[in-house]
Design a protein around this ligand. Structure first.
Ligand code: F6R
Length: 616
């Protein structure tokens, strides 16, 4: 959470910082700020710090009247952890003399002790943030070292916690010092200067060849170049990563919002995630797993660990892994898994699912599982992310950059990737023949066209259903089997983008409590696709109908009977139950978005959320 950006070169820094911050807003958007170097009338360099509560667009207007002269600066967009969203707590934070400014993404765990010590030594704090200690620590070190990079390195030795940090100093014009531990930093060199950011999306206009800084590495950016060093200050040569997507993916491309654009990209995500995965002989190709067939054959327990939407992808995987490979599979919130003592043996496979690849709880759970001896396999959307780097093997979901905070296309990419894994385990365990794998693989690929069909035909039905929900105080999502798993995701999507309270239940659980909520007009959104439990779900819906619920059914094309109990029907094509989560999730995503738009919500940046959750 929080996005940082920095530029030093020959162009106008404020424009580059604002463009970068807008692209990083998905990481947090409660306040934003910049520190820009300025040459005063005496020829001395000063730092101008401008901060605003709210989104980057507010900061942009504030900067509009500032001249364009500054060619070096740092910026930040914040998701509050320590200290409420306010101007004083917005970054950058400055040293007592105002000559050093820092932006930080992460958490400083020992900030209270450091703050006490610094105050005792005469430093004055102006915010409630943990970050401000960095500014004062660097100030003290600079007084000794007279070198910004050395001072940053020294300050880091006192800090316990996570940071992606960029600092500027008025006494070293044109220099940006950067440090990283456990939070992402990418650095790039363009024709007109040097760039740093939390995510490549902020610097892709300037270069596609970037350095993903590793923990414990430092960088010193100047207009002329970049020097990378280790914790001892020794020069290092980091690897260059080439980015193969382009900036079109970070633009709305005619759609009113990123959420809709990303929902509409899902057919491509299915196709891209499957490209090259099946050999002409029907063998699945998931070499990145990092495990031989013999090692895979020994696996006798699978844990899927993840958070939020990624956790829901895990619920779907459980059904597939258990039914195709007959291996017990548990799905756990990473935040719970990491504090339990789960049963892990060398034959346990832990599958960590994370769009961002940097979720703090998921990363901590990966580390814990590996210490306990499990093989860890990551499924992530971000190349070179911590989840990718810390797992034994990785599948990339090929969703490409996801900008809307609510996850949609990467969820589909996760389900497709997990389905591949389940097929592979089924094949290796001898539970699925090569012919069955080939058939299932092709049916999985067919979901791309089926999603497109839903997108092309169901808009009006979804609009009507959204009108029926938009003023309700609450909504229930129900289903059985795959329908239950996808209901949890439907409820999450609705509440996070529309702020309408929603819960999901396995349909058979309704009569054990939740049915008490039903009164006339209460919306019940039911996944009633054709499946072995279709009739049971319909019975449960009849119980809701009898109590006056307004029923919105996601049903299989051709199912006319459902109209007898459902007030609204959204149809999706007939697919094998195993793949119904993929198709059924599309109308649920569209429904959530439509309700949110009707309620006047910002669907791309819902309140209180951030896309990368790098704190516990
Ligand atoms: C909801 C959503 C979140 C994330 C969760 C995990 O739409 O996006 O619930 O799924 O924060 O994030 P990742 O997948 O990046 O680990």
């Amino acid at each position: 959470m929080c996005g940082i950006v920095g530029y030093t070169g020959s162009d106008t820094a404020k424009d580059i910082l604002i463009t970068g911050l807008k692209r990083l807003e998905y990481r947090g958007y409660d306040s934003a700020g910049v520190a820009l170097e300025r040459t005063d009338s005496d020829g001395a360099t000063q730092l101008d710090i401008v901060r605003r509560v709210g989104k980057v667009v507010g900061l942009e207007s504030e900067l509009a009247n500032m001249d364009d002269a500054s060619t070096c600066g740092i910026g930040h967009t914040r998701w509050a952890t320590h200290g409420r969203p306010s101007q004083a707590n917005a970054h950058p934070h400055a040293s007592c003399d105002g000559r050093i400014a820092v932006v930080h993404n992460g958490i400083i765990e020992n900030f209270a002790e450091l703050r006490d010590e610094l105050e005792q030594r005469g430093h004055t704090f102006r915010s409630q943030t943990d970050t401000e200690v960095f500014a004062h620590l660097i100030e003290e070190a600079y007084a000794q070292e007279h070198d910004l990079m050395a001072a940053v390195r020294e300050a880091c030795t006192h800090v316990v916690g996570a940071y992606g940090l960029a600092a500027v100093c008025a006494d070293e014009p044109g220099v940006i010092a950067v440090a990283r531990k456990d939070n992402p930093i990418v650095i790039g060199r363009g024709e007109r200067g040097s760039y740093v950011a939390s995510d490549v999306i902020a610097l892709i206009d300037a270069t596609r060849d970037v350095v993903v800084l590793e923990d414990g590495q430092f960088a010193r950016l100047t207009p002329e170049g970049i020097e990378y060093t280790d914790a001892a200050g020794k020069t290092i040569q980091p690897d260059i990563t080439h980015i193969d997507w382009d900036i079109d993916m970070a633009e709305k491309g005619g759609y009113p919002d990123f959420m809709l654009k990303e929902i509409c990209e899902q057919p491509r995500v299915v196709r891209d995630t499957l490209v090259g995965r099946l050999s002409p002989y029907g063998e699945l190709d998931i070499d990145e797993l990092g495990l031989t067939f013999e090692e895979l054959n020994l696996i006798d327990r699978v844990y899927v660990i993840a958070c939020g939407t990624s956790y829901h992808a895990g619920l779907i995987a459980k059904n597939l892994i258990e039914s195709w490979a007959r291996i017990p599979c548990e799905v756990e919130a990473a935040s719970e898994f990491r504090y339990r003592n789960p049963i892990i043996t060398p034959s346990t496979l832990v599958v960590a699912v994370s769009q961002s690849g940097e979720t703090a709880d998921t990363l901590a759970a990966i580390r814990d599982a590996r210490i306990k001896g499990a093989k860890v396999f990551g499924i992530t959307n971000v190349v070179g992310s911590p989840v990718a780097r810390e797992s034994d093997g990785v599948i990339y979901t090929k969703a490409n950059k996801e900008i809307a905070v609510a996850s949609t296309k990467s969820f589909i990419g996760q389900i497709v990737s997990l389905t591949l894994l389940a097929l592979l385990l089924g094949q290796v365990k001898g539970k699925l023949t090569t012919g069955q794998v080939r058939m299932l693989f092709h049916e999985l690929g067919d979901t791309a066209a089926q999603i497109q069909h839903i997108l092309d035909t169901q808009g009006p039905a979804i609009h009507e259903a959204a009108l029926a929900c938009k003023d309700a105080p609450s909504a229930l999502f129900v289903g059985r089997g795959m329908g239950a798993a996808i209901s949890y995701e439907g409820a999450l999507k609705l509440k996070e983008v529309s702020y309408l309270h929603a819960e999901a239940y396995a349909a058979g659980e309704m009569k054990h409590g939740p049915i008490a909520l039903i009164d006339p007009g209460f919306p019940v959104i039911a996944v009633t696709t054709k499946s072995p439990t279709y009739d049971k779900t319909v019975s449960n819906l009849k119980e809701c109908e009898a109590r006056g619920a307004k029923i919105i059914a996601i049903a299989t094309e051709g199912d006319e009977d459902i109209k007898q109990i459902a007030d609204y029907v959204i149809y999706i094509p007939l697919v094998r139950d195993a793949f119904s989560a993929i198709t059924a999730s599309v109308p649920l995503q569209l429904l959530a978005r439509e309700v949110a738009v009707m309620r006047g919500c910002d669907v791309d940046q819902p309140r209180n959320l951030a896309k990368s959750v790098t704190v516990e």
